[in-house]
Design a protein around this ligand. Structure first.
Ligand code: ATP
Length: 515
């Protein structure tokens, strides 16, 4: 059996081989943590975006979309706090010359304690069977208790250091915990320094007095600065939301794990404007709604969990991540944040404009509070690929690689294949293709044996293969072969459209979410 790491590597290679993801500027040896989506990747990505966009703007009559620019007035980032506070604590190992995030090194250490504790608990659960009392075991088993005490002490120390922005203390924790560099294996660390993640560039020619501007590190600010425009022109009443999909840029210190952490990525964010004091209720609502959205895809409910933030960002009073079980552990895919009225108040202060809402029911004005849902398209893409990629052993010793993608997201919905390249079969196949292509992304393939053609479609996750044979010309029926079961059915051409439509209809997912 391949390890998770090996499977992950194969999945990454598969993404390149089958036109999902290429390293950027590959002919020049690539650019660190920047990737391009290929012909199949872009279809999958567009489907993810559509699933998200429609779940916001179709299912909610009080959510509308915008598309703001990447470049914004530089004062936006002063007001939002990003110029002063969008930093990561950085540390270098002097021997390996590798750079790390100090917070990540410590969080990994906490996770190691958690793993040890979980292992002992699982062992005991097996030993004691039904009579097992986890809480009692944790309190009374000496070894486990010791781990828990150490873990909790580390956790408290870490949290205090992060909240106080105490860089010396972060370094001291790394030294005290005897954390070593995974490459050199040594504890020869530099001091911890702050590093701002925003990319800078200049707008206008130098002669004109160029203005220093930033590439946006999040799409959210484009929504906040347009709050008044949308509220007024759309005559929106609180509570209401503004959704946006767009590129964001972060000069990440450690960029790794493929498209998980990129320097240019895409976000899908929705800011929900609410009455002050109702934020906990709405925070809970959006936490639940967003998890349902994920689970409706059917990748496996056990692969998701919530993770409450240890350190709240400068703007938040509550924050949770939705994590997905990737081959390298549970990792954040989406953040849900209660941002208070921080952003709108800051923009009001820095711009000198009044940014408020007049509540006709209360007959008073206030600065709305905000609940944000923020998900990375690329991380979502990665989680889907990780869950979908399978190497299957077939009867007769054969193997196949298949992507068990949710059919609604599959880049190609059907592939039409004439059994042979003659006898009028290609012409008939083109007729079938013409019937389907207006509604579904459909491929046509007449090269190689049917078996090879099936494998090619399995590898990109196409749910339906449709074969036209000599009988088709007489009985108007085709062979439909299903990706997951590899079962085959004889189906009348007139029923094909309905069969595919039913399987790839996003409505069924939306109904599940709204249940
Ligand atoms: P992390 O802690 O992993 O750096 P974050 O908490 O800074 O992430 P947010 O600022 O909450 O992330 O951004 C919202 C979402 O944007 C994340 O849940 C993630 O899906 C996505 N995202 C953030 N940074 C990146 C990145 N460098 N590459 C790809 N996606 C990203």
């Amino acid at each position: 059996m391949a390890t998770q790491e090996e499977t992950f590597k194969k999945m990454v290679a598969h993404c390149k081989e089958y036109g999902f993801v290429f390293p950027s500027s590959e002919i020049y040896d690539g650019l660190g943590a920047v990737y391009d989506y290929g012909q199949n990747g872009v279809e999958l990505k567009n489907n993810i975006k559509r699933y998200w966009w429609d779940s916001m703007t179709l299912l909610h009559e009080n959510i509308v979309g915008i598309d703001a620019s990447i470049f914004m007035h530089p004062t936006v980032w002063k007001a939002s706090g990003h110029v002063d506070a969008f930093n990561d604590p950085l540390i270098d190992n002097k021997d390996s010359k590798k750079r790390y995030r100090a917070d990540v090194l410590i969080e990994d250490q906490i996770a190691k304690y958690d793993e040890k504790i979980d292992k002992e608990v699982e062992k005991a659960r097996k030993r004691f069977g039904d009579s097992f009392n986890e809480e009692l075991f944790k309190q009374t088993n000496e070894r486990v208790h010791e781990h828990i005490v150490k873990r909790d002490a580390l956790h408290d120390r870490y949290k205090a250091a992060m909240n106080a922005n105490d860089l010396n203390e972060l370094k001291q924790i790394i030294l005290d915990e005897e954390i070593v560099c995974p490459i050199s294996g040594t504890r020869n660390w530099t001091d911890v320094r702050q590093f701002n993640l925003m990319f800078q560039t200049e707008m206008g020619s130098t002669a004109d007095g160029a203005m220093k501007i930033y590439l946006r590190p999040e799409t959210a600010q484009g929504i906040f600065v347009n709050y008044l425009n949308v509220q007024k022109t759309g005559r929106m009443k609180i509570p209401f939301g503004i959704a946006q999909i767009g590129k964001a840029f972060r000069n990440e210190i450690v960029a790794r794990q493929f498209v998980f952490r990129m320097r240019e990525f895409e976000q899908m964010e929705m800011q929900f404007f609410i009455k002050p004091g109702t934020e906990m209720e709405w925070f809970k609502h959006w936490k639940e709604f967003r998890l349902k959205w994920h689970k409706a895809l059917g990748l496996g409910d056990e692969k998701y969990r919530y993770h409450d933030h240890e350190k709240l960002a400068h703007y938040a009073n509550a924050a949770t991540d939705i994590e997905f079980l990737m081959p390298f552990g549970f990792k954040e895919v989406e953040g849900i944040h209660s941002r208070t009225n921080f952003d709108l108040s800051q923009h009001a202060q820095y711009s000198g404009k009044k940014i408020e809402y007049f509540d006709p029911e209360l007959n008073e004005s206030y600065t709305p509070y905000v609940i944000e849902t923020s998900i990375g398209v690329d991380r979502m893409f990665l989680s889907i690929m990780c869950a979908a990629y399978k190497e299957e052993q077939l009867e007769g010793g054969d193997t196949r690689v298949v992507l068990n993608l949710p059919p609604v997201l599959a880049p190609v919905k059907a592939c039409v294949m004439p059994l042979v390249k003659k006898d009028g079969l290609p012409e008939k196949a083109r007729e079938v293709m013409d019937m389907l292509k207006f509604d579904f992304k459909t491929n046509y393939d007449e090269k190689d044996s049917i078996g090879k053609r099936y494998r090619r479609q399995d590898a990109i996750g196409t749910p339906f293969c449709i074969t036209i044979d000599h009988d088709t010309l007489n009985d108007n029926c085709v062979t439909v072969r299903y990706r997951d079961t590899m079962a085959q059915d004889r189906i009348n051409i007139n029923d094909l459209h309905a069969l595919i439509a039913k399987a790839v209809d996003m409505k069924q997912l939306y109904k599940k979410i709204m249940e």
